[in-house]
Design a protein around this ligand. Structure first.
Ligand code: HEM
Length: 532
């Protein structure tokens, strides 16, 4: 990480006051011995002249050569806007409309200039396929400096090549079928506890509550925190600070976002480290008790990673950062999808009725009684379709960034090496000809034997694709299904404000936070009984 003074010295001469200071000190030397300085200036000039001439010729040659290397194809259409700020102001004013407008004007590949850097935006199944399948050949992963620093070098997101493969393999252990089955009871308990509290409080802000709930689910199932302890409860706030400051100017100045984010990172890593030490000790006890035939502890993701630490050659610091990465990667994304589920199920009474009917026929509509299993969830085709449709219509991750390694041709345009590129998931879903009535919420399209039952990988890609596809997608889908089942069978909810405006940054969410009123099924039943 470059510190401020380094950044300062890199400024061009006109902007860097230190350059002025250098000439000031020269002036002082001059005034001390003027004649000496004049002679030495002349001889210096003679000495450097040949070097200057060679340098100028080399530059002229290089310039000529680089002109030859000028792109043979045109750059994608679009505008780079004003110097330095590019089109950032238009984006701020227009929001999501900015991208829709450019896509309508320029098509599926266009250039713009946002947040200080020129960028090429790409959508459409064929273009996205080309990018996602060319990782490390044509493109490589790109994250802004602040994100890289706050997540750390030990993460999957920041790794490239073999290191990336090794870390991904390690993480995948935490999301195999067996692991998911072990997380399921904890997931279900946390979801139920939250819903029960919402019903007691009666009115809550849906988006914030979904964020709290997804953090609790991840913290308990992935890192093994006890979210009922005061110590771990206080981490919800620390984690919010961490996430809020991920995208910021990377300057370590007290009081600014980056500094706050780094302090939150430090605190989270300490807690994760303590949890790791506890687990390492527990593993020793467990090994001993296994020998004497006693029970085994149920496993969270961190324990699984710890067990295979030697095999995966992970250092303790990598392990801690991987756990932090899991907390982050699954947080706002899953919370956004859960919030969209609350919204869509409320708006579409017909869909809600079909979910209720499916739960009834699967013997799962028993209030809060039935424990869910992987098998019972696996048979819920309609619930699965509802989750899929929410991720199609409101994909939590709009797209992701890459750096272009090698210039290539896309739709007849030059995509030049060194540029930043983003592939867009939301635009790809919205323009796909695979989906009829693309803007309507229609889970039936995903039922077996219907038009989209065979998912086309690059028309529908809420979890990305290729070597960087989401590691936690099965975890996320499982959680969302549990949420649908529990919310539908245990309560009803109403929007307090029917006029819902959406914001898409950093993930889709209602601008007003989605105030909701909740009634539990049991209290609704007793109300009916009393009325009778
Ligand atoms: C609905 C919820 C989620 C959505 C929509 C989602 C979406 C995505 C997408 C689109 C990518 C690919 C980004 C790229 O191309 O660079 C990704 C990567 C990733 N996701 Fe998720 N994700 C979700 C939940 C989760 C969860 C629950 C976890 C873990 C607990 C997770 C862990 C990761 C990791 C570690 C990566 C980086 C993979 C790599 O670079 O190889 N995600 N996710």
């Amino acid at each position: 990480m470059r510190n401020l003074s380094q950044t300062y010295l890199d400024l061009p001469a006109v902007l860097n006051p230190n350059v002025g200071n250098e000439s000031t000190s020269m002036d002082i030397v001059k005034s001390d011995s003027d004649s000496w300085t004049f002679l030495s200036d002349l001889s210096l000039l003679r000495a450097v002249m040949p070097t200057v001439l060679v340098a100028v010729s080399l530059l002229a040659w290089y310039y000529g050569a680089s002109l030859d290397k000028k792109p043979k194809l045109p750059l994608p259409p679009g505008s780079l806007g004003l110097p330095i700020i590019g089109e950032t102001l238009s984006l701020m004013f227009q929001g999501q409309r900015f991208f829709e407008d450019r896509r309508e004007r320029y098509g599926s590949v266009y250039k713009t200039h946002l947040l200080g850097s020129p960028i090429i935006r790409v959508c459409g199944p064929d273009n996205v396929r080309k990018i996602l399948l060319s990782e490390n050949k044509l493109v490589t992963v790109y994250w802004p400096t602040s994100v890289r620093a706050l997540l750390g070098d030990g993460t999957v997101s920041n790794a490239i090549g073999n290191l990336h493969r090794t870390r991904r393999r390690a993480l995948q252990r935490a999301f195999c079928y067996e692991a998911l089955s072990e997380y399921l009871p904890v997931m279900q308990k946390v979801v139920r506890d939250h819903i029960r509290r919402w019903c007691l409080e009666k009115v809550v802000y849906g988006y914030q509550e979904c964020k709290n709930m997804t953090f609790a689910v991840s913290a308990e199932t992935l890192v093994g925190f006890n979210m009922e302890s005061e110590k771990h409860k206080s981490l919800v706030h620390v984690f919010d600070v961490f996430v809020e400051n991920l995208f910021c100017l990377p300057f370590q100045i007290p009081g600014l976002g980056f500094s706050k984010g780094m302090s939150a990172r430090k605190r989270l890593l300490v807690e994760i480290g303590e949890s790791l030490t506890g687990k390492a000790k527990r593993n020793d006890v467990e090994e001993a008790s296994n020998e004497s035939g006693e029970f085994a502890f149920s496993q969270d993701a961190m324990s699984r990673l710890l067990e295979a630490q030697g095999e995966d050659s992970l250092t303790s610091s990598e392990l801690r950062e991987l756990c932090l990465e899991l907390l982050f990667a699954g947080h706002s994304t899953t919370a956004s999808a859960a919030t969209s589920l609350l919204l869509q199920l409320n708006k579409h009474g017909d869909v809600l009725s079909k979910v209720q009917a499916e739960l009834k026929s699967a013997d799962l509509s028993l209030g809060e009684q039935g424990d869910l299993t992987m098998a019972s969830l696996g048979q819920l085709e309609y619930v699965t379709a509802v989750v899929k449709e929410v991720l199609r219509l409101s994909p939590p991750v709009g797209g992701a960034y890459r750096t272009v390694l090698k210039s290539f041709n896309m739709n007849g345009y030059e995509i030049p090496a060194g540029w930043t590129l983003t592939y867009n998931i939301r635009d790809t879903h919205n323009t796909s000809d695979l989906f009829s009535n693309v803007t309507s919420f229609d889970p039936d399209r995903w039922l077996p034997r219907s038009s989209c039952s065979k998912e086309d990988k690059f028309h529908y890609l809420p979890f990305g694709g290729g070597t960087r596809a989401c590691v936690g997608k099965e975890f996320a889908k499982l959680f969302l299904k549990v949420f649908v089942v529990e919310i539908v069978r245990s309560c009803s909810w109403q929007l307090m404000n029917n006029d819902v405006n959406m914001s898409y940054l950093p993930v889709p969410h209602p601008v007003d936070g989605l105030p909701l009123s909740f009634t539990s099924v049991s209290s609704a039943r007793s109300q009916v009984a009393m009325d009778m």
